[in-house]
Design a protein around this ligand. Structure first.
Ligand code: C2O
Ligand code: CU
Length: 500
């Protein structure tokens, strides 16, 4: 049963048993090329890169995260799940660019975990990928992450262990820009999530089911799927093609169901900065604020040429910041699950009165912006330079058997992508499947070619090719994978591997 074997390998954390050599400072050796050797997390180059980020008088920001089992009230829905502390989502962690963060993680889960700081170009040994940059944090264990946050922006944190992200284990990480004018009056942090845990099956059971049967409805009889809709069928989107594998019973905004939504407040006429984070595992969200247009100002933390829109499509792992001048009243902030039934909801309130008249604003079906429509602001645009190296990243897979690959092979058998520090690298994501994949790279922010947005997660539509470029300036071993967590677990992952 090769699928199960691989699954256990991935869920268990690659470092644990099967790829035993990959401890802290271990060698990511599944693709050692020629005479060059990988720049590992414990190498001098990683320490040197961090030393360059440090400054005298650097501010220290401390935080503590306690991943643990908890009973969460999601608004008319109480679930047993795993989260950071007492609630879903976890606490907002906030610092300014250049600060030193020290975050202690006390693992009170019954199993191992890790924490990844999604989107940050941080030191490789603090990136939180078991088997690649550190050993897993064992049940009952503690790990202290300490790193400089180099770039301002909207980020989030989550485990990089199995499908733990699809429980309640995620939270926002906001890095403020000390140099930013901050021309807004209020800020709303909006975390989007697709929810299944504690409703009759766990994410691990969902994965097991996918691996066992893919779209096969035979698999549905197992695992207490009860009244759930089918899996993998009918989840089609005009924007994205195959839009997901899991038909979730709930969609959450800031940990609340639409039945008892979160309320976001401001004064009428104020300019509000909304920081959207898609922390979902298998769902892209189409977001809109009823009665308003939004001006997109940042994508994955980096500024873009301001672009006005009615709605915005956000893939898993993507973040967008928008500005809105809010009217007087109560308005639905809707997050429709793209290509699926259902949506998340929050209420934006500046005045009195009850709930808004509709939960599904017309803006959702007007102009819809995606990351590909945006242009990087001048000062964060990559310099024009010929790539020193181009890597083809062919992504493919199928539902039955449920297997997702990069360049023909599933992680950890997939070949890593070698680079050398100082190079301009082009990645050519070629989607050979009928589903969309939000492709994410750790430790770097790439630029979409031809002056497109700076991003770390980019949607690649069915049969589409997307090219991005990056400067290889952050040595180490960096996971690159689909941010559909089920695809990543079923193999759609490899490493951008610095070689010395
Ligand atoms: Cu949020 Cu490796 O990812
Ligand atoms: Cu995918």
């Amino acid at each position: 049963m090769p699928e199960l074997t691989r699954r256990r390998l991935l869920i268990g954390g690659a470092g644990a048993g099967v790829v035993g050599a990959l401890g802290v400072g271990g060698v990511v050796g599944w693709n050692q090329l020629g005479s060059s050797s990988p720049v590992t997390a414990s190498s001098d180059a990683v320490a040197r890169a961090e030393a360059a980020r440090r400054s005298a008088g650097q501010k220290l920001v401390t935080a503590r995260l306690t991943p643990r089992p908890l009973t969460a009230d999601l608004g008319g829905l109480t679930v047993d799940t795993w989260g950071y502390g007492d609630a879903v989502p976890g606490p907002v962690i906030r610092a300014a660019a250049g600060d030193l963060l020290r975050i202690t993680v006390d693992n009170e889960l019954p199993t191992e975990t890790s924490v990844h700081w999604h989107g940050l170009a941080l030191r490789n040994d603090m990136d939180g990928v078991p088997g690649m940059t550190q050993d897993p944090i064992p049940a009952g264990g503690r790990f202290t992450y300490e790193f400089t946050a180099p770039d301002p922006g909207t980020y989030f944190y989550h485990p990089h262990t199995g499908v733990q992200l699809d429980r309640g284990l995620y939270g926002a990480l906001v890095i403020d820009d000390p140099a930013e004018p901050g021309d807004y009056d209020a800020e709303w942090i909006v975390l989007l999530d697709d929810w299944v845990d504690g409703t009759g099956r766990t994410p691990d059971q969902v994965l097991e089911q996918l691996l066992a049967g893919g779209m096969d409805h035979g698999g549905m009889a197992m695992g207490g799927m009860g009244g759930m809709g089918g899996m993998g069928e009918g989840m089609q989107s005009a924007l994205l093609g195959g839009a997901g594998d899991v038909d979730y019973p709930h969609y959450l905004v800031n940990g609340r169901t639409p039945e008892a939504p979160a309320t976001l407040t401001a004064e009428p006429g104020q300019r509000v900065r909304i920081r959207f984070v898609n922390a979902g595992s298998d769902t892209a969200f189409r977001v809109a604020l009823g009665g308003h247009r939004m001006t997109v100002t940042h994508s994955d933390g980096f500024p873009v040429r301001p672009a006005e829109t009615d709605a915005l499509l956000i893939g898993m792992g993507e973040r967008y910041d928008v500005l809105v001048t809010v009217g007087d009243g109560a308005f639905p902030l809707a997050a429709a699950a793209e290509g699926k039934q259902g949506r998340g909801l929050a209420i934006a309130r500046t005045g009195k009165g009850g709930r808004p008249g509709t939960d599904r604003p017309a803006e959702l079906d007007r102009r819809i912006l995606t990351g590909a429509d945006l242009a990087a602001l001048e000062d964060v645009r990559l310099s024009s330079k010929r790539p020193d190296r181009t890597h083809r990243v062919a992504i493919a897979g199928a539902m039955a058997p449920y297997r997702w690959t990069i360049n023909g092979r599933p992680f950890p058998d997939a070949e890593s992508l070698p680079v050398t520090e100082g190079e301009r690298v082009r990645l050519r994501f070629e989607n050979h499947s009928m589903m969309f994949h939000p492709m994410h790279l750790h430790g770097h922010t790439f630029g979409l070619t031809r002056g497109g947005a700076r991003k770390d997660t980019v949607i690649v539509r069915p049969m589409q090719t997307v090219e991005v470029e990056l400067d290889a300036d952050n040595p180490g071993q960096w996971a690159t994978h689909c941010h559909n967590i089920y695809h990543a677990e079923a193999g759609m992952m490899t490493a951008l591997s610095y070689q010395a």
